[in-house]
Design a protein around this ligand. Structure first.
Ligand SMILES: Nc1ncnc2c1ncn2[C@@H]1O[C@H](COP(=O)(O)OP(=O)(O)OP(=O)(O)O)[C@@H](O)[C@H]1O
Ligand code: SF4
Ligand SMILES: [Mg+2]
Length: 342
């Protein structure tokens, strides 16, 4: 195992990528820090987050509510507004730092090179416009197509996300569609410009289980067709198992463990990851049981020194309370930030 130099400053980061994986890197998030300067104090919502995203792959961002998943995604897209501010790090898209781009340049990148699907389709769709208009608008803003060609493209992309008889549905308003269909329309708008990176922030939470499974299959198929790299935010390890190649587990604004999906499931090294996996519902005999992680995640205001998970950790010792654990490279594809692994 290798302890990373400067690990306290950097937080847990990916092991050095091999040259082939570097070539395939689409997005490189490095030591990202996004703070909210509130009256009560500084909320360190994202505090040293680093990860790589490669072409065709999906990385899962998982963790309990409030750990900084959405703020990480919004920071990548340059969508942090007051009292929030990105105070450090860089976000490299094809080697160019997005944090140095002007708002005008970012508006060009959002929707064209990086797009995002939100949790609730109704917050992304405008109820007073038809779905045809809304998808066409997304295409029209970023591609120079008008008139008949624009409508053909709109029908094509709605077909790609399996809206049945899309030419007949162009005039429908969002309330005339089911939740699953609305979410597919949002997906169509997000994918219409064939982005390099798709960020899906809990896109299936508002869908029932069957529709959720269909939607996830569809996203996977479309990903294979368009070769888009995906950041998939979820609370649900079942979805991680289905969708993700690699997983980054977040706790209190930091990535505490990252690994290939199977490696993480079979050999979780951080007590928080192990507890999350234990809290998955399991069927034993006929009884379904669920263990929960004791205690609450900490407030991100004025975090005490030491490991943020310490108040909930069964393996805590004095050292854990004094100093934040460095990131340890366990293998080429596995890092963990815990004193027990040092
Ligand atoms: N505008 C804001 N002002 C102050 N704090 C904020 C603001 N927006 C987010 N935060 C804080 O940033 C932290 C991370 O929030 P974030 O929305 O990223 O959590 P999350 O991991 O996406 O949670 P969830 O699973 O509930 O969506 C939270 O503690 C939240 O309270
Ligand atoms: S560093 Fe200590 S408190 Fe934190 S997860 Fe590891 S053992 Fe638990
Ligand atoms: Mg969120």
């Amino acid at each position: 195992m290798v302890k990373q130099e400067n690990s306290e400053r950097l937080g847990p980061i990916e092991p050095s990528p091999s040259s082939s994986s570097t070539e395939r890197t689409v997005l490189n998030v490095n030591d990202l820090r996004t703070y909210f300067f509130t009256r009560e104090g500084v909320v360190k919502a994202v505090d040293g987050v680093s990860f790589l995203l490669r072409k065709d792959e999906t990385i899962g961002l998982v963790g309990e509510s409030g750990c900084g998943k959405t703020v990480t995604c919004l920071s990548i897209l340059g969508l942090i507004s007051r009292p929030g501010r990105i105070v450090g790090g860089n976000v490299l898209l094809d080697g160019k730092d997005l944090l140095k781009k002007s708002e005008r340049e970012m508006a060009h990148i959002r929707g064209r090179r990086i797009t995002m699907i939100l949790q609730d389709p109704m917050t992304s769709l405008n109820p007073v416009f038809t779905i045809g208009n809304q998808v066409a608008e997304a295409i029209g803003i970023h591609q120079r197509v008008r008139g008949r060609r624009l409508w053909e493209k709109t029908v094509e992309i709605l077909g790609l996300v399996r809206i049945p008889s899309p030419e007949m549905r162009l005039g429908d308003y969002p309330h005339q569609m089911s939740g699953g269909m609305r979410q597919r329309v949002v997906g169509a708008a997000a994918l219409s410009c064939r982005p390099e990176v798709l960020i899906a922030d809990e896109p299936t939470t508002s869908l029932d289980v069957t529709i959720q499974a269909q939607y996830l299959n569809l996203l996977k198929e479309v990903q294979n067709q368009l070769h888009v790299a995906m950041i998939f935010v979820t609370h649900d390890f079942g979805i991680v198992a289905k969708m993700c190649d690699r997983v980054a587990v977040m706790y209190a604004g930091k990535i505490v463990e990252s690994a290939r999906m199977r490696e993480l499931f079979h050999n979780p090294l951080h007590p928080y990851t192990a507890a999350l996996l234990k809290s998955l519902p399991k069927l034993e005999g006929r009884q379904e049981w669920l263990t929960t992680i004791e205690g609450q995640p900490p407030s991100l205001l004025n975090l005490p020194p030491g490991c943020s998970f310490a108040p909930r950790c069964r393996q805590v010792d004095d050292h854990c309370l004094e100093e934040y654990p460095p990131s340890v490279i366990v293998s080429e594809t596995h890092t963990v930030s815990c004193w027990r692994a040092v």
